[in-house]
Design a protein. Sequence first.
Length: 516
Amino acid sequence: MDLLDDPQPGSNTPEFTVSEIAGSVKKLVEAELGWVRIKGEVGRVVQARSGHLYFDLKDDRSVLSCMTWKGQIPALGMIPEEGTEVVAEGKMTASGFQSKFALNAQRLTIAGEGALMALLEKRKKALAAEGLFDESRKKPLPYLPDIIGVVTSLQGVVIRDIMHRLRDRFPRKVLVWPVAVQGQACAPEVARAIDGFNAMSPGGALPRPDLIIVARGGGSVEDLWGFNEEIVARAAAASDIPLISAVGHETDTTLIDFVSDKRAPTPTAAAELAVPVRHELAAGLEGQGARMGQLLSQGLSRRDQRLRDMARALPRPDALLDTPRQRLDRAVEKLGPSLMTGVQRRRVRLSDVSGLLRPATLSRRVAEGQRAVSGLGTRLSPALERSVSRRRDALAAISRRFRPDTLASESARQRQRFEDLTARLSAAGARQIDSWQKQIEARGRVLNTLGYEATLERGFAVVRSEGRVVTSAKVAKKAGALEIQFADGRMDVAGGKVATAPSKKRGNPPDQGSLF
């Protein structure tokens, strides 16, 4: 008898045990339903310590229990979040021991674009609350990275656009980490690529990149959904290497764009953000070098002129000594006559005095003096002797001062002192002039080093026409005669037609190495 047959009342209906009925129901559910797709809202979500995942699917009238075994979670596609509307695919199963049935969910997808956007907004709010979108966390991009890591697919035009743009602007070394850019494998592969680049050591066989570009072309919300997964956003936020996101077109916005250090509207724009234009840098450096050379030349000219002015204002050593020498000569010339004049005056005075000293007068005065002296007695004798002694000593000192040998010795001493001062002044002037000469020579060497002559030694040349530097082929074509200056000399050439540079054929780019 079939278990599902509806027996008539009162018939001889066989009896079944509970286990038999439960087993029959289990077989019926698993055999009749098999693989199913069920749409519903995610309710309670629990992940057990064993690693198995349990959650509910519900609508306005019913609730269905679902479970995903630990080994099935990587292929699930997404981790269910409460309140998200999803489509679950899997097999129906029943438990004979508890008379319950459930869905063994093996794949989950968001139900519709509206549900996808709602989930995206929910994730954005959660990550923003953690501070992963803060501008203070974003790292500045390196001005000129040596190595650029690119996370993208090897198929399609994205990698070709990036490589072509880098070659046009400023060629750099590129490491490509190939990944799936849509589908279930996209999110884990992109996250592993970002973590892998960060795990590289700077001095390893594959050097660590200075900048990472995560790129993908445009597509639908479902195509780009891998870059909205939380695992990708957290990997980008945790990257120690500055990261540029270039996913989709300018109107497409994914979760990785909010956590990356810089968002580019297209993969080509990402390459433009990564490196500057080489020709513009060269032109800027050339202009800076020219301005620096001009400023140095002007500074050296001003200092040289100032040094010349100071040298002209400095008196000659001979001029410094002329006046003292003249004073000394005049003093020496006046010394002899002055001594003779003084002696002559004293002789005249002595003659005048001696005429007044007649013998009778002297005798009378002597007698008076003797009487005065005898009257004073011994009281005045010691004082007189002391006074006479002092006056005698003073007179002797005065006599020594006016002796010719004393005057000659003093003159010699003053002359020697004058000569010493003259020698010291001459030496100081010579040292100062030598110091200035060395400074001029050092600045001359710096000027020669910074001048264009040093550039000529490296194979460059300067083209002039009528004394002016020619910087373009147009001017050279109009010139009648040209002068070319090389490092070892100059030569004259005729002006005229200028040959145009042959166009360079772009060769095929070298094969880009793969990490695998």
